[in-house]
Design a protein around this ligand. Structure first.
Ligand code: AMP
Length: 398
């Protein structure tokens, strides 16, 4: 299979699907977090270094009815130009005569950014004609957008049928796949997954799959109270999904048959309102007083979770241990983050994947002290669930 490392880009136009869906402030459209742009740089730089020219395409935000200034990728141009140290050409449309005029005359070393793909509804509809129009911009297609790899959109999957053999993963996407596979197929035991966040319902498929793969499964966050109630505990007004009580019990049973140890919190920090200024106390998770809700794991739970984490050789973390956005309920999440860092220092492989645990590791400035932080929220979750992602399958030709 062709890879970005063995492909000859000399004199070729590389059409790269990147994920430049970055947050912009509403006053003057300045980028407030450029992580996704930085993540795409190695692929762009490698192709330019190897004699190619680059056509970049991305979406930005969720425009509903065609072009909207606030979702224009032109806002990205100055910063991208600074990061690459190169002038960036910009095409006001991603298809049509203007765009083709840019891309048909590109010289090696040049970079053009196309306007937001989602200004055309054909993008998310996976329209084949639109994909063909996009395909005209490149001799080789490179997918480096893990964040949208779970979507069968025109630019992420449908487009590959116009590139027969000249379709490859970018470095970022290659890395994401390699790192998740490393956890899912890890030989370095013990393997521990830490799953938190709000609801059992949104993580159920992942939990069921992880049970088959890991030695320890730590469950924290809002979903822990559904487990506590299912086991007969009194959980006050904590978050609960009553429809999932039986499923919670079946997860515990399934764990036994796979010899997977499930670690649930034993104590919890409860509050009398959902507020950082609420009155708080730490209580047994199975005996929460009426009118109080659990918003973080307690100290004893944090200690026992951290003990397991520090003894692990492979770690996957998805979802916070409590309402970490509020300072008074972030201690459990901080403790877990620090334990993962400590384990990593001792040689464990640690992967932080999916939305809010990535936000947490960034909040505590620890992203560079773990092995890998995934850029793909929903895509990472679906990959962990074992779903074949259209963007990945399309390149592999499956
Ligand atoms: P998720 O997107 O499912 O990973 O959920 C992340 C969200 O879960 C965060 O915004 C947390 O504030 C929230 N969360 C974590 N623990 C709790 C809890 N005990 N009660 C309510 N929400 C929680």
């Amino acid at each position: 299979m062709q890879t970005i490392s063995n492909y000859d880009f000399k004199g070729k136009r590389a059409l790269i699907r990147v994920d430049f869906n970055v947050p912009l402030n509403s006053e003057n459209f300045e980028i407030t977090d450029d992580t996704r742009i930085r993540a795409a740089l190695p692929t762009i730089q490698l192709i330019l270094k190897n004699g190619g020219c680059v056509v970049l395409m991305s979406h930005l935000g969720r425009p509903k009815l065609g072009p909207e200034d606030k979702f224009s990728l032109k806002h990205i141009v100055p910063h991208l130009s600074n990061l690459l140290g190169l002038p960036i050409l910009f095409s006001n449309s991603c298809i049509g005569a203007e765009a083709e005029a840019f891309t048909s005359n590109l010289q090696p070393g040049q970079v053009v950014l196309l306007e937001n793909l989602r200004f055309f509804q054909h993008e998310t509809a996976g329209d084949k004609t639109f994909a063909e129009q996009l395909a005209r911009h490149g001799d080789v297609y490179v997918n480096d957008a893990f964040g949208t790899a779970h979507r069968a959109h025109a630019s992420t999957a449908i487009i590959t049928q116009f590139f027969q053999n000249d379709k490859i993963f970018g470095l970022l996407l290659e890395n994401e796949i390699k790192n998740v596979d490393l956890v899912l197929n890890s030989a370095k035991k013990p393997v521990t997954a830490i799953v938190g966040g709000a609801k059992v319902s949104s993580k159920i498929t992942i939990i069921e799959r992880l049970i088959e793969k890991v030695d320890y499964l730590i469950i924290g966050g809002g979903m822990a109270y559904t487990f506590a109630k299912a086991k007969g505990g009194k959980i006050g007004s904590s978050l609960v999904e009553d429809d999932y009580l039986d499923i919670a019990l079946s997860i515990l049973d399934k764990a036994k048959t796979h010899d997977t140890v499930i670690c649930l919190p034993t104590d919890t920090k409860v509050a009398d309102t959902f507020s950082n200024d609420a009155n708080t106390q730490v209580v047994d998770i199975n005996n929460i007083p009426d009118g109080w809700m659990g918003l973080d794991i307690g100290e004893k739970s944090a200690e026992s979770f951290c003990k397991v984490i520090k003894q692990s050789a492979t770690l996957l973390w998805n979802g916070p241990m409590g309402v970490f956005e509020m300072d008074n309920f972030q201690q459990g999440t901080i403790a877990v983050a620090n334990a993962i860092v400590e384990a990593t220092k001792k040689g464990a492989f640690s992967l932080i994947g999916g939305g809010d645990s990535v936000a947490a590791i960034n909040k505590y400035d620890l992203a560079d002290q773990v092995s890998y932080v995934s850029t793909g929220g929903g895509a990472m979750l679906e990959y962990l669930e074992g779903i074949e992602l259209p963007g990945i399958a399309a390149i592999r030709g499956e």
